[in-house]
Design a protein around this ligand. Structure first.
Ligand SMILES: Cc1cc2nc3c(=O)[nH]c(=O)nc-3n(C[C@H](O)[C@H](O)[C@H](O)COP(=O)(O)O)c2cc1C
Length: 207
């Protein structure tokens, strides 16, 4: 089977570049410049092309921008104070949730919609959403747009799930902050891939 456009040296070079330069860039590193809705829509469209077991397409995104993002930041900050046991509350965290929202151009709540049949294991639905987020993040990178996947209890909780109108079986998996990077694009680091891969060529033996 041949693909009409590939292999293509240009595509491979571009793909390698986009994958390897994708970085987590946080709201504190965003400028005030807004990200265009066209870019956001392209990020979402590419997210929709993630692989999906049984074609369940479990990714759900709530895109928050404009004045709504200020209100959402205040909501998250309030929610954090409400759901966190008093002795564990870090006041700086409440402030950060608000500031992050103000500093972002858009925020995208990442959610997983469980199929009523439950036919596909939940972990596979979460995996499909993660693939969608990677597509979204790579598309942002190709546009020079910054972003990062924020998780943690302040975001991945049942209250936000319910308040967004999702069902009990669904899950909020995080918040993707989006903005234009203010400074230099950061470098990334990874330990050697060779340490994480086992090649079996001559023989496969079960121990
Ligand atoms: C599922 C998931 C959840 C994450 N949650 C957080 C988070 O809550 N806070 C954070 O600082 N970074 C979070 N990150 C981003 C990682 O910190 C980041 O990917 C890692 O430091 C590697 O940096 P890079 O993305 O620039 O390569 C998350 C990443 C993933 C995949």
């Amino acid at each position: 089977m041949t693909h009409p456009h590939f292999p293509s040296a240009t595509a491979i070079e571009t793909l390698n570049k986009v994958i390897r330069t994708r970085r987590s860039i946080k709201p504190a590193e965003f400028s005030a410049e807004p990200v265009s809705d066209d870019v956001i829509n392209e990020m979402l469209e590419n997210a929709n092309w993630a692989p999906t077991h049984g074609m369940t397409e479990p990714w759900r995104f709530f895109v928050i921008s404009g004045n709504a993002r200020i209100q959402f930041g205040e909501y998250l900050s309030r929610l954090y104070l409400e759901i966190t046991p008093a002795e564990q509350v870090k006041p700086a965290k409440a402030g950060k949730l608000k500031n992050n929202a103000e500093a972002s151009s858009h925020m995208i709540v990442i959610a997983m919609k469980r199929q009523p049949s439950g036919r596909i294991p939940e972990i596979e639905e979460v995996e499909a959403v993660a693939c969608a987020v990677q597509n979204l993040h790579l598309t942002a990178t190709a546009h020079g747009v910054g972003g990062y996947w924020s998780s943690g209890k302040a975001i991945c909780n049942d209250r936000l799930r319910d308040d967004l109108g999702l069902s009990k079986e669904d899950k909020v998996l995080g918040l993707f902050y989006v903005g234009m990077p203010a400074g230099d694009w950061p470098d990334g680091t990874r330990t050697a891939m060779a340490d994480k891969v086992t090649h079996l060529t001559e023989r496969f033996e079960v121990t």
